[in-house]
Design a protein around this ligand. Sequence first.
Ligand SMILES: Cc1ncc(COP(=O)(O)O)c(C=O)c1O
Length: 381
Amino acid sequence: MDKFIVKKNAVEEKIFVTQPLLPSLDSVNQQLEEIWESKWITNMGTKHNLLAEKLKSVLKVKNVSLFNNGTIALLTALKALDLPYGSEVITTPFTFAATPHCIFWNGLQPVFCDVEPDTMTIDADKIEKLITPNTSAIVAVHVYGFPCDVEKIDKIAKKHNLKVIYDGAHVFSTEINGKGIGEFGDITMFSFHATKLFNTIEGGCLTYNDDKLFRKIYNLRNFGIQSEELVEDVGINGKMNEIQAAVGLLNLDLFKKEQEKRAEVKDFYDKHISNIKGISIPKMPENTTNSYQYYPIVIGDDYPLTRNELYEKFKTINIMTRKYFYPLCSDYECYKNLPSSSKENLPVANDVKNRVLCLPFYGSLSRDVLEIICEVLNEPV
Ligand SMILES: Cc1ncc(COP(=O)(O)O)c(C=O)c1O
């Protein structure tokens, strides 16, 4: 590999794992003027409806319902499927807190399933042994942008009459064999949080094939209010406002360029990291497009530093990597006593949680910083 010039002191400002995709202030002001002029700032306005329509083709899905954030969207997805109160939902511990919390907030019991070592998504081969007569659904996460084994999960769900919800917070625009990833399962949630590739500051959506879910989800997102005098369901407030939608419309024009820049960052990392003994780079399956949401590496026993030591080393030079997803959700105070949280049930997840490190990954990451990161990885001691 190229020898980098040592410039480890060059990082003066903190480098974070990501940076939000920001449209120009001029373009935002233009949108704000239009919104102010219309005097319609929330409640399914024109920008909201336009964004939902455009997302159908960007995500290659049949139905899109927009939300004020991904967590409320996921909460609503579980509600919309009318799962029996108190029933068990099989999920992964290797995810963000929102995933099991949404299960629990619906009065359902999260049951943690182990993950695959390569993609760190739920291990479909381990799902069936967790199914009981009380199981109602599977909530799987396309973690870091790696797709779950959607075919195997689909087969298991059909065999046991279970609903499938995908947490697709990390897979904006991902396709499997040319099909939008949001087409799989009963419902998929996408997050449009500021840290995501495509953002509406805060926001999210649900995608689904069953047209009948549209009215149900509309109601659940809008206090159950269908019309002035008709309240049909026990809904909450999950509406995306016009300013969020406007930022989304602007970012729709920018996200592909950002993906291209991230592809270059990925190439640079791949080239300079892939030969390092003790570091492995999880690979995207051939039939899947990359969302370019994260760049995780896995630290093996034969690397001179542990993952935590490497994280600390980067911190001393102002480079803030992330130990996603450490701790596991099954380690949280609120879930650690569940039977499925035992280490015996989750050997792979408990191993990878101590090995994964997400590197800074965004289009405007400078070449200098990239060189420094790769230099540290190549010569950690
Ligand atoms: C895997 C996963 N699920 C759910 C969420 C929650 O989404 P939001 O922040 O839009 O509520 C996030 C991240 O924010 C996430 O990473």
